[in-house]
Design a protein around this ligand. Structure first.
Ligand code: AMP
Length: 412
């Protein structure tokens, strides 16, 4: 079934067509009818599956057909998200879908001046996308009125729990009307998530997307065995061999992120870093530059990049393997989004083999090995443009030369 056959407003169809969205993704196909009917939904789906559209498309339609003039601070649909980046991203999706509608989409999150946000709230919001902290702040200051909320969406609920927002989730329920629709989205499922979900949804429609295959079929993911100290040369080579493509490079810590940034700089590759130490403005600026392809390499830590959707990232590189096996799935899910194809390569050093085993156990199958023979390995080191390591090139050249001579001798 195509979007044009759906019973949704033409103005939404127009926006979907402009974005090149013709058919719903799996989760959209399953969630849209229930949400339109007003049912509660509990969905287990990772980012990359089209889950934002799965709730945004029907919600924009519903809010549109029952359009109301809002007063100061009033909100009709509240989307709670764990991170600012996710707030920005989801706001973008709603804004696009609502382009040809009079709906007001507003987002609020901490770390930036609140004045522009309170200005926006003056005329109310059909949809408010917010992180918990700023939302409660604004409410206690009287800028936000949650007494009209008809729909509550919890996105990335598992990350909300990890980040300690459980009380905020429960608190918000005290401020919104008892009768409301709840849409609960989580990338993973465990007992804690189930308990939370069932305490806030009513007879929900349950949707689970590809529970068996944790990594999307669109992602070709492989592991390469590389010494810790040599990883930068392989990254350099990959980036230089793919001059048009975008790379999202994951590292374990912020110190590592800055180190990779510096190493790439030494070899003439521009990159951006994203980690918990960055000020909010810098983070938004980084995301903007990467989205706009001004810089095509982004080096990030796990939490900072979780849930982020940047279309057109062709390569995810696990420069360091993730400590938590589950994060492997989140990381490689940054590529191959929607209907796109992507490649994810993990650099595994001998020290990380144990972590690799854990990831494979979690996935329930081995990750394909990207075979690198000795010659290719040496060549990669020799190809670097890093000034201090030209000796490697000299040695490699010398060895190659000797190899040739030996061969000649052998023939004689
Ligand atoms: P999400 O899982 O919401 O982060 O979405 C992942 C990606 O899929 C985004 O880049 C969307 O623009 C894209 N997408 C969402 N819905 C569709 C669709 N129906 N057809 C094609 N791409 C889509």
């Amino acid at each position: 079934m195509k979007f044009i056959q759906y019973n949704i407003s033409d103005s939404i169809k127009k926006s979907l067509a402009e974005q090149g969205f013709v058919k719903p993704t799996d989760i959209q196909y399953r969630a849209i009818p229930s949400i339109l009917k007003g049912e509660d939904v509990m969905a287990i789906a990772q980012t990359g599956t089209g889950k934002t559209g799965a709730f945004a498309i029907p919600l924009v339609h519903k809010l549109l057909v029952s359009h109301e003039i809002l007063e100061r601070g009033q909100v009709r649909c509240l989307v709670m998200v764990p991170t600012r980046e996710l707030a920005v991203q989801i706001t973008g999706v709603f804004e696009k879908l609502a382009t040809y509608t009079p709906l007001r989409i507003v987002s609020t999150f901490g770390g930036v001046d609140q004045k522009p946000q309170t200005d926006q709230l003056l005329r109310g919001a059909d949809v408010l996308i917010s992180t918990p902290g700023r939302m409660f702040d604004l409410r206690s200051q009287g800028f936000l009125d949650l007494s009209m909320v008809e729909v509550l969406v919890l996105d990335e609920a598992d990350l909300m729990l990890d980040m300690g927002f459980i009380r905020d989730i429960r608190d918000v329920l005290r401020h919104i009307p008892r009768r409301h629709q709840t849409l609960f989205f989580s990338a993973t499922i465990n007992e804690e998530i189930k308990d939370l979900a069932y305490s806030i949804v009513r007879n929900p429609i349950r949707i689970q997307i590809s529970p068996k295959d944790r990594v999307s079929k669109n992602v070709d993911h492989q592991v390469a065995f590389i010494e810790m100290d040599d990883k930068r040369f392989f990254l350099e080579r990959m980036i230089k061999q793919n001059p048009e493509q975008r790379f999202l490079v994951f590292v374990r810590t912020k110190v590592r992120a800055e180190r990779v940034f510096a190493a790439m700089k030494r070899v003439g590759i521009d990159s951006l870093t994203m980690h918990g130490d960055k000020a909010q403005e810098d983070r938004l600026d980084v995301m903007e530059k990467f989205r706009a392809s001004q810089v095509r390499v982004l080096v990030a830590t796990d939490v900072s990049a979780r849930g982020i959707d940047i279309p057109g990232v062709q390569f995810v590189v696990n420069y360091d393997l993730p400590d938590e096996a589950e994060n492997y799935v989140h990381r490689v899910g940054r590529t191959g989004r929607g209907m796109e194809k992507g490649v994810a390569i993990s650099f595994c050093s001998p020290e990380e083999k144990k972590t690799l085993d854990e990831i494979q156990t979690f996935l329930g199958k081995p990750i394909l090995e990207l075979a690198i023979d000795k010659e290719l390995y040496e060549m990669t080191l020799a190809m670097t443009e890093e000034p201090n390591t030209n000796w490697r090139k000299l040695i490699a050249d010398a060895e190659a030369e000797m190899g040739k001579k030996r061969k000649k001798k052998g023939k004689k």
